[in-house]
Design a protein around this ligand. Structure first.
Ligand code: KG4
Ligand code: ZN
Length: 346
C-alpha cells in the first residue's frame, strides 16, 4: 500500500515577511508565498515592529489562501499546521501564531510550533537525505548569528551566538552609514563587487582564541569612525565620496565580517570534528560568504561537505517552517492552544 503524503502548511511572520507554504513530506515544495514589507520599512532604514504587525494582519489571509491554491490542496489534504513562534518580534509573531491556532481548531488538525532559527538551518538540509555527522551549522540572519552542533533537524546544541549586533544587522547599519538602499545586505554585496576588500583594514573581533561567540558592533563603529573621524566630530564625508571609495569601504567591511564568520565556523569544525557544514539565514544569500566557506571546507583533507540553503530560502520564508515541522510531526511533537510567541530562544 502506498504511504499517504504528509502535506504541512507552514506559516512565518517573525519579522517583516508574511509567508505561507505547503511542503510535502518535508522536502517537496508545493507552494511558497512571501509578501515582503520592504517598501513599508524602507524610509525608516529598518523594521518598525508596529508597522510590521499591521501589515502581517492585512497579508496573512491572502498569503495563506494563495499558498493553498497554488499548491492545489484543500484543508482535507493538510496533515498539520505549523508556525514559527520564536524568536522574533512578538507583535509580529502573534499574527502567525493566532492564524495557525485558528486553522488548527477550525480544520481539526494538529498544531506544530517551530523555532525560526532552527527552521533557517533546516533550509540548508532541504535536498539532503542523510546528514553526515558530526555537523556544524552557521545561521546568519538579521537578528541572529549562531553556530550549532547539529545531530539531526531536532537535536541542535548551541555552540556560540552574537553578543551584540548580528551579522545581518551590521550589514544593514553599515549600508545606512554609506547611504546605500535598504535592505542593506544585498546593497553592500552589490557595492562590494567593484571594491577592493583589502583597501581598509577593519577590525576582526574574535573574542579570544577559543570563543565561538560573535560580536559585530565594533566593526560597525569602525566604519562610522572611518566616515566621520575618530572623535565623530568630523564632517560626515560619505556624501562627498566617489563611487569607488564607497565600493572599497563596502568590500573591506564585507571581507572583515566574512573572515570572522569563516574563522568561527572553522573553530566549530575543529571542536566537534565535523564532517558536514550547514549554512542558512538571510546573509547566507551573500555569494562572497558562500565562496569563502566553500574554500575553507575544501581546504580540509578529506574536504568537509558544505550544504548551503538555496537562495530563495535564505531570507525568511515558510518552506523552512513546514519542512522542519515534518520532523516534529513524525516525532509526535505537537503544540496546544496555549502556544505563545516568544521574542527570544535559539
Ligand atoms: O533571515 P532573514 O531574512 O531575517 C531574519 O531572520 O533576521 O535575514 C535578513 C538579513 C538582513 O539583515 C539582510 O540585510 C541580510 O539578511 N541579507 C544579506 C544579503 N541578503 C540579505 N546580507 C548580506 N548579503 C546578502 N546578499
Ligand atoms: Zn530569519
Amino acid at each position: 500500500m502506498l504511504e499517504k503524503t504528509v502535506n504541512i502548511l507552514g506559516i512565518e511572520t517573525s519579522c517583516d515577511e508574511t509567508a505561507a507554504a505547503v511542503v510535502a513530506d518535508g522536502t517537496t515544495v508545493k507552494s511558497s508565498v512571501v509578501a515582503s514589507q520592504t517598501k513599508l520599512h524602507e524610509k525608516y532604514g529598518g523594521v518598525v515592529p508596529e508597522i510590521a504587525s499591521r501589515a502581517h494582519i492585512e497579508n496573512i489571509y491572502p498569503v495563506i489562501t494563495e499558498a493553498l491554491n497554488s499548491a492545489g490542496v484543500s484543508r482535507d489534504d493538510i496533515a498539520a499546521v505549523a508556525v514559527a513562534n520564536q524568536p522574533g518580534l512578538t507583535i509580529a509573531l502573534i499574527v502567525g501564531v493566532t492564524a495557525a491556532k485558528t486553522l488548527s481548531v477550525v480544520w481539526d488538525k494538529p498544531l506544530i510550533a517551530v523555532n525560526h532559527l532552527h527552521a533557517h538551518l533546516q533550509s540548508a538540509m532541504l535536498a539532503e537525505q542523510e546528514l553526515q555527522l558530526p555537523a556544524v551549522a552557521l545561521i546568519v540572519s538579521g537578528g541572529h548569528t549562531c553556530l550549532y552542533d547539529c545531530e539531526s533537524p531536532l537535536e541542535l546544541k548551541l555552540l556560540g551566538r552574537c553578543i551584540d549586533d548580528a551579522a545581518g544587522e551590521a550589514f544593514d547599519k553599515v549600508a545606512t552609514i554609506l547611504n546605500l538602499p535598504y535592505p542593506g545586505g544585498p546593497s553592500i554585496e552589490k557595492a562590494a563587487q567593484t571594491g577592493n576588500p583589502r583597501s581598509i583594514d577593519f577590525p576582526r573581533s574574535l573574542l579570544g582564541p577559543e570563543s565561538l561567540d560573535f560580536s559585530f558592533s565594533g566593526i560597525k563603529t569602525a566604519v562610522l569612525y572611518h566616515c566621520r573621524g575618530q572623535d565623530m566630530k568630523g564632517q560626515n564625508t560619505v556624501g562627498s565620496m566617489g563611487k569607488q571609495q564607497i565600493a572599497d569601504i563596502a568590500a573591506s567591511f564585507q571581507q572583515a565580517v566574512i573572515d570572522v564568520l569563516v574563522e568561527k565556523t572553522r573553530r566549530a569544525i575543529e571542536k566537534v570534528d565535523a564532517k558536514t557544514v550547514l549554512l542558512g539565514g538571510g546573509v547566507a544569500a551573500n555569494d562572497a560568504l558562500r565562496a569563502a566557506l566553500a574554500k575553507m571546507c575544501q581546504s580540509y583533507v578529506p574536504a568537509k561537505k558544505l550544504l548551503v540553503s538555496p537562495k530563495p530560502y535564505c531570507t525568511d520564508n515558510a518552506v523552512m517552517v513546514a519542512s522542519l515541522a515534518y520532523h516534529k510531526y513524525n516525532a509526535g511533537l505537537f503544540a496546544d492552544l496555549t502556544l505563545e510567541p516568544k521574542a527570544s530562544g535559539g
